[in-house]
Design a binder for this molecule. Sequence first.
Ligand SMILES: Cc1cc2nc3c(=O)[nH]c(=O)nc-3n(C[C@H](O)[C@H](O)[C@H](O)COP(=O)(O)O)c2cc1C
Length: 225
Amino acid sequence: MKSPSNAATGTADIDTDADVRFPGALEALRTRRSGHNFDPETDIDDETLEALVEDATLAPSSYNLQPWEFVAVQDDDRLDELVDLAYGQEHIREAGTAVLVVGHDEPKTADRVFDEWVEAGRMDEETAQATKEQAVTMYDDERMGRDYAVRNASLAAQNFLLSAHARGLTATPMIGFDIEGAAEFLELPEDAVPVVLIAVGPNGGDEPERLPRRDVEEVLHRETF
Ligand SMILES: Cc1cc2nc3c(=O)[nH]c(=O)nc-3n(C[C@H](O)[C@H](O)[C@H](O)COP(=O)(O)O)c2cc1C
């Protein structure tokens, strides 16, 4: 077994970040909260929305397929409708921006992305073709296709949340909404799977203490479960 090379591979209770290369990144993930206190008087601007989405798109994805889309709602009347679809979660309106992170359950980026692997010299034509066929086949199974959508888009959503936090914004991920109703309201195409709705906006006050997390000893299994 290799020995841990830095504190990032240690426990969750790291007091010193002396040998951590990106201490700000650790601070961001340790202090991120699902906030409910938004400033109802101000909203994020377009530039910020685009920066959040750009950071989200830096998430890893299977074969770099980037099978995700982001549907932003900022119109007040439409936010009111989203509040209704989210069973009255008023913080969506107060946030001023709601972003539905959507995953593809069809490999619609595959042609382009595998071309990019070849253009970058990372795969030869033959390997790219074979790998693409393998990747595309995985989507044949309906469950696998949905799993792909959810796995990849969830990682993008977490990037979005961390980016919002790093920018001093408040953001909350939500699945407490009428999935089919939201899909219809946002005119999602058939192959788009709603994954998580994020309310994001300027901070409007402190959050209550974070609820306790399960201990590492409880959740970490070594070699087998
Ligand atoms: C998949 C998922 C669904 C969630 N759904 C909602 C929701 O519908 N409404 C809400 O206010 N918070 C929602 N949350 C936020 C959680 O309540 C929150 O992450 C949890 O209490 C831990 O708090 P923290 O994120 O501040 O550490 C959701 C979080 C996740 C990951």
